[in-house]
Ligand binder design. Structure first.
Ligand code: PEP
Ligand code: MG
Length: 295
């Protein structure tokens, strides 16, 4: 079976009726790249950058981050690499951040909320990302968005960083900017959000957690955790429709992206990109090549 799948390397990810899907890989560290290349992903759809922070005893410096991002971009040789800015808090706590203890961390200060509160940390990461953008095809993505106001604030900080780098005479490439759609609030205002960014990536892990009000890490709630709940599927559909209405792409990077029972549904909804763990890439490519969307 493994060998049969290997034959799919180098083949296009295209349905029987000619719709091309971008099939990307999710990674958490630079060492995951080998698996991405081996499985012939079209790019990286989600680099969870918080792992750079989690594996250290203190804040990673701009140069340390630059080195990691640059390595990923160079190894991917011009293919798209979507790096997500820091997403800690909730289930991923880091001692040196000295975060206050919270009653309800999943709904507390996490991800983009920390970045907007501690702008110095955010700007260091953005500087490293823009410096790295000179070495490949970089997109930057922001997690846990709930409002247009946040996106405006982010875009302002991004401009600040780019201006500073320009003034310092540092080389930069272009970077597309996208957001994760992983809260019900973001879904409901996705028509407005779509006017602000280049792409959406749907995080079904958190979207399911916040839609069903079920802690994604609580095994005792397994029997309530319905990954195929129509509420979640309708949210995905709404997000894709609003993205396309405003001419931007919508992908899925949560675990649901690799659920082959839903692949046909996602393609029928018009999902443009799926980003999955490297080991799922070739199986999913095989599946997509057997689908006729219009049927
Ligand atoms: C998600 O929430 O679906 C997602 C991709 O992000 P993470 O699992 O890192 O929270
Ligand atoms: Mg998430």
């Amino acid at each position: 079976k493994k060998e049969l799948l290997l034959e799919l390397r180098g083949k296009e990810t295209v349905t029987l009726d000619g719709k091309r899907i971008k099939l990307y890989a999710n990674i958490g560290s630079v060492s995951d790249i080998a698996g991405v290349l081996k499985n012939d992903a079209s790019g990286i759809g989600l680099f969870r950058s918080e792992f750079l922070y989690l594996e250290k005893k203190d804040y990673p410096t701009e140069d340390e981050q630059l080195a990691a991002y640059k390595t990923v971009l160079e190894n991917m040789g011009g293919k798209k690499v979507i790096i997500r800015t820091l997403d800690i808090g909730a289930d991923k706590q880091i001692d040196y951040f000295h975060m206050e203890k919270e009653e309800n961390p999943a709904m507390g200060c996490r991800a983009i909320r920390i970045c907007l509160e501690r702008k110095d940390i955010f700007k260091t990461q953005l500087r490293a990302l823009y410096r790295a953008s000179a070495f490949g095809n970089l997109s930057i993505m922001f997690p846990m968005i709930i409002s247009v106001k946040e996106v405006d604030e982010i875009l302002e900080i991004v401009e600040e960083v780019k201006n500073e780098l320009r003034e310092e005479g540092i080389a930069m490439g272009e970077a597309e900017l996208g957001i994760m759609i992983e809260t019900p609030a973001a879904v409901m205002v996705s028509d407005e959000l779509a006017k602000k960014v280049d792409f959406f990536s749907i995080g079904t892990n958190d979207l399911t957690q916040y839609t069903l009000a079920i802690d994604r890490g609580n095994a005792k709630l397994d029997r309530y955790y319905d990954a195929h709940h129509p509420a979640v599927l309708r949210m995905i559909q709404m997000t894709v429709e609003n993205a396309h209405k405003h001419g931007i792409r919508a992908g899925i990077c949560g675990e649901l992206a690799s659920d082959m029972e839903l692949t046909e549904t996602f393609l029928a909804m018009g999902v443009d990109e799926l980003s999955v763990a490297p080991s799922y890439i070739l199986g999913l490519r095989k599946k997509i090549r057997e689908i006729k969307i219009k049927a």
